[in-house]
Design a protein around this ligand. Structure first.
Ligand code: NAP
Ligand code: MG
Length: 400
């Protein structure tokens, strides 16, 4: 069979544990037989990150800036226990955090829907994509526990002028937080959301609480509004999609009543909480895809889940685990389609779509990994190992 040619390489970032095993199986069974796969390979597995003193993560992020599209396997974010397990030189930072900081990106998470596994919310028919602003706010807050006394907000500008505002005159002990965000980061977030809405032709909602946080959330609202009016309104109208701002509580009510099929842009904390709510209501973390989009149009695709450590230890003991590879396969298909789109390579776009359709057909016909079997509403499911699932997809691909 003639393999589909590629012109520009994908930036391929390998990872850790169970997902590293899935990565290899997916490539060998579902990609290499069909595509003349061109990648620039970066090994982000923890041992190699440690060997290179994490330089490899920075190099991979720069390669995404050079080529525009990357695909990433899940990776371990080291903690104290991993330090001794892998005898690390340092507790390296989260690779996702490093890459996100370099690309200045926004993360979009969307579920993969299949017939036979219904969302908990009955009227959800299409995916809901959450765009989370992954910068600042409470995650970079400065906190204090204080006794009785007066708390003030003090700002000194470059000229030495001081602005003061009383926060609270404490008559008893209490707590305080200082939070910040930057106009530049909010603007990048807004542009990433508008670009992604256009690229996927979906409505964009943005929610905050500007009635209460008039300056803080009010600034988010104003920056979104200004960028929309100046840079995106015409393109949105031409694409037949809409943008609107609404209060977070109104957004929550609308989301529950909706059919899905839109992007919900959230501030950092809201996105953290709401993405867990939305992904659980759609079914399984193993069916959640994730893409990092930078304001200048670079894309990094990955699964939303981690390295599935528990399954990996069982695998090391000789068990054949039933780990769900869907989100990792969809990271590849997302990246291949985007690469194809940018290179005008229709065969590659078509292959990405076809592979996705095959995966979904396999599940809908009743063959699935263990995690999905628990949610399955059809007749008795055929529960398979990861290997069995991937080979069922391979057969389906070859049948086409
Ligand atoms: P996890 O790898 O997402 O797994 C948590 C649990 O969720 C698993 O034990 C499994 O439950 C279930 N699960 C997740 N993905 C699955 C899949 N594809 N198929 C079937 N079940 C799946 O989270 P974690 O155990 O908290 O973290 C493990 C490592 O991943 C950590 O070192 C963390 O730093 C890293 N991590 C990386 C990323 C990333 O690179 N994007 C994201 C999150 C975490 P059962 O055991 O009940 O079957
Ligand atoms: Mg969370």
């Amino acid at each position: 069979m003639l393999k589909i040619p590629m012109t520009t390489p994908l930036v391929e970032m390998d990872g850790d544990e169970m997902t590293r095993i899935l990565w290899k199986q997916i490539k060998e069974e579902l990609l290499l037989p069909f595509v003349d796969l061109k990648t620039e390979y970066y090994d982000l597995g923890l041992p190699h990150r440690d060997e290179t003193r994490d330089r490899v993560t920075v190099e991979a992020a720069k390669a995404i800036q050079k080529y525009g599209v990357g695909v990433k396997c899940a990776t371990i974010t080291p903690n104290v226990q991993r330090m001794s397990e892998y005898q690390l030189h340092e507790m390296w930072k989260s690779p996702n955090g490093t890459i996100r900081a370099i690309l200045d990106g926004t993360v979009f998470r969307a579920p993969i829907l299949v017939k036979g596994i219904s969302p908990v919310v009955k009227n959800w028919k299409k995916p809901i994509t959450i765009a989370r602003h992954a910068y600042g706010d409470v995650y970079k807050g400065t906190e204090l526990r204080v006794p009785q006394g007066k708390a003030e907000l003090v700002f000194t500008d470059q000229g030495g002028n001081v602005t003061r505002k009383e926060i609270y005159d404490f008559e008893c002990g209490g707590i305080l937080t200082g939070q910040y965000n930057k106009d530049s980061s909010i603007a990048s977030f807004a542009r990433a959301c508008f670009n992604y809405a256009l690229a996927t032709r979906q409505e964009l909602w943005f929610s905050a609480k500007d009635t209460i946080a008039k300056v803080y959330d009010g600034t988010f609202k104003a920056i979104f509004e200004e960028i929309y009016e100046k840079e995106y309104k015409a393109a949105f109208e031409a694409a037949g999609i809409t943008y609107f701002y609404t209060l977070i509580d109104d957004a929550v009510a609308r989301v529950i009543r909706s059919e899905g099929g839109f992007i919900w842009a959230c501030k950092n904390y809201d996105g953290d909480v709401m993405s867990d709510m939305v992904s659980t209501a759609f079914g399984s973390l193993a069916m959640m895809t994730s893409v990092l989009v930078s304001p200048d149009g670079n894309y990094e695709y990955e699964a939303a889940h981690g390295t599935v450590t528990r399954h990996y230890y069982r695998y090391l003991q000789g068990e054949k685990p039933s780990t769900n590879p869907m989100a990792t396969i969809f990271a590849w298909t997302g990246a291949l389609q985007k690469r194809g789109e940018l290179d005008g390579n229709e065969a590659l776009v078509h292959f990405g779509k076809k592979l996705e359709a095959c995966c979904i057909r396999v599940i809908e016909s009743g063959t699935m990994t263990k995690d999905l079997a628990a949610l399955w509403e059809g007749e008795k499911p055929n529960i398979v190992t990861t290997e069995g699932f991937i080979s069922a997809i391979r057969k389906e691909l070859e049948r086409q």
